[in-house]
Design a protein. Structure first.
Lengths: 333, 333
DNA sequence: CAACCTGTCTGAAACGTTTCATTCGATGCT
DNA sequence: AGCATCGAATGAAACGTTTCAGACAGGTTG
């Protein structure tokens, strides 16, 4: 009935007595609006999608908190999905989100921006990239300067006297890892002049298990070529490396230094507190959600939406896992 | 159009040529079904809700994986919500889930089972409790024998010679914590006969910060009354306790032993690997989702749904954080 | 040749909202 | 008193599916 709708949505247009009557009826019957019908009629839903690479990675749950906070404040529900880095799962989730007609999607995509994602955008559904740069100016993105992040980590280790460094996370695949890699490469080249100073390892997954696997491979290298430190593309990898090193009696940081990335809360609580590259985790999520809602709402009354590509500056947090100066040579401060 | 619907849902009832024609048209137009319209007509949605206490707690993300796995296999989407332990947020999320007409809800509720939750059930929406016992036989629940878990932890510490033990997590509030508390109390009473052997602390939150806070309070106690070990109601608390102890130069486990609960992956990776009470985290989620789907589907063709209250047995995993025997007295094995 | 299947396709109704035009009654103004 | 105006309530249409009854053509049977 029209009046019920008015009571719920424009209470002032209905007279107090009727309003009262309708409200008690609603309470008596336990009536709850049907969001699907609402959405169907309105043409727009009250939900947004959030699609992350790894729900078990605290970086993403922290970012998710930021997204939720902003969305809920606007009365929007968040559908949180996990692609586990698999393009197939990503595609399946995007399909579901499209069917749900979400108002927009915040996503940390797997490798290349999929055709699914392009299709979504060409349908007019706003998409904001999270922790990943936009490929062009026609799209919103909230990212971190990962080249700088890689540099910070590498410079720190070089300063401490390390001359053979491993980068764990691969050189292809995810662009954000690629950038971290590039920053490390540039810094190591400038710092040492040597081409072979850097060993790049590509673990199966970007998880604790992947870190253990990479550490095992490092330990398998002949001593003369074995790195004395590792920069890990995220903290989970770093924790895995740490575990494996400790398990083999390698002392961290005395025998082997470790630098992580993201600075999740557990990094500071690890067996050896981890040096890590800090990102504003929750803020990344918040800003992504804000950009998404602005785009979905077409901006504000006096300002149309303009696509923004936010890039935050990361910060190195030094902890025990890299605290020792290599004895071999002294270093200019 | 009816034919389109048939092509999508019962392809065999439509002749191959028309099917072809419709499919290419769908591809050309980029047509995607509208789930809201679908749901409105069908009367049931293709989503379930999952409402957890703390999305930042890896226990819940692991359980969420289990839920997602099962739900996705059935073509259902999961709306993952986070109450952060707040009844108000829980109520708000339940309201949204009700409006979305989810097929069911898997929930780890805050304190008492809210009227919202009762209302949901009386609407006929299945609700499965996760990591929490059902109050009666008229409801599904997937839980862990937390009294036993508490006992395992306490017996272990008693065996190691500890005679003053702290339980961190409070004695009221969440039933699952209450049970852990009760198990510890019973074991300590039986093991020592002393009434004052147990100190119960109730931190502000069940997080790492809460653990630090509790540890600070323990350190503030006069040495004669200060516990020599702590049993924490979850691993986050345990990690907080560990951090604060280390920060104050208290050696773990030599000066102070710690036992956690849940056995999240980070427990083994902590500064001092944590002894913890292990629960089948992912399996809990899987079974909860299975029970939910069975209830939502009214059982299977030859078997109606019967409510089940699953109780898993926890297992103590001993690691370094409790590995030292107290020197004071010897202990019967 | 008529009656009857059978396999396909078509069209209308229904789901639960919101919106908007319309109706109705009352009030104020001329 | 008659007319315009206003506020409040009503009713119908529309959103995009699915379902189901019906139409229609072509073939089979009696």
């Amino acid at each position: 009935m029209g009046t019920v709708s008015n009571v719920l949505n424009r209470p002032d247009t209905v007279s107090p007595p009727t309003r009262e009557r309708v409200l008690t009826a609603i309470a008596d019957l336990g009536f709850v609006r049907n969001e699907s019908a609402r959405h169907l009629r309105a043409g727009r839903s009250r939900t947004i999608g959030l699609l992350v690479l790894d729900i078990a990675n605290p970086f993403f749950t922290d970012a998710a908190r930021g997204v939720e906070e902003v969305a809920n404040a606007q009365g929007l529900a968040v559908i949180l999905c996990n692609s586990d880095g698999s393009p197939a799962k990503e595609a399946a989730h995007l399909e579901v989100l499209t069917e749900q007609r979400v108002q927009g999607v915040v996503i940390t995509p797997t490798a290349e921006l999929s055709t699914q994602l392009q299709a979504l955008r060409s349908r007019g559904v706003p998409v904001v990239l999270l922790d990943r740069r936009a490929p062009g100016p026609d799209q919103c993105a909230v990212a971190v300067d990962d080249v700088l992040g890689g540099r910070l980590a590498a410079d720190h280790l070089l300063e401490r006297g390390h001359r053979r460094i491993a980068f764990i996370g691969g050189s292809g695949g995810l662009p954000q890892l690629q950038e971290r890699h590039d920053g490390v490469v540039a810094a190591v080249r400038e710092g040492t002049g040597a081409e072979d100073a850097l060993t790049v390892l590509t673990p199966e997954t970007l998880t604790v298990a992947g870190g253990r696997e990479a550490a095992a491979r490092i330990l398998g290298l002949p001593a003369a070529r074995r790195p004395t430190a590792a920069i890990c593309a995220n903290d989970l990898l770093a924790m895995g490396v740490l575990q494996e090193m400790v398990r083999h009696g390698v002392r961290v940081p005395e025998d082997f230094a470790i630098v992580g990335y993201d600075d999740i809360d557990y990094a500071a609580a690890a067996a050896v507190p981890l040096t890590s590259v800090r990102k504003p985790r929750v803020e990344l999520g918040r800003r992504a959600a804000e950009l998404l809602l602005d785009e979905a709402g077409g901006g504000t009354q006096d300002r149309p939406h303009v696509h923004e590509q936010l890039v935050f500056e990361p910060m190195l947090v030094v902890r025990e896992s890299s605290m020792v100066r290599r004895p071999r040579r002294t270093v200019a401060s």
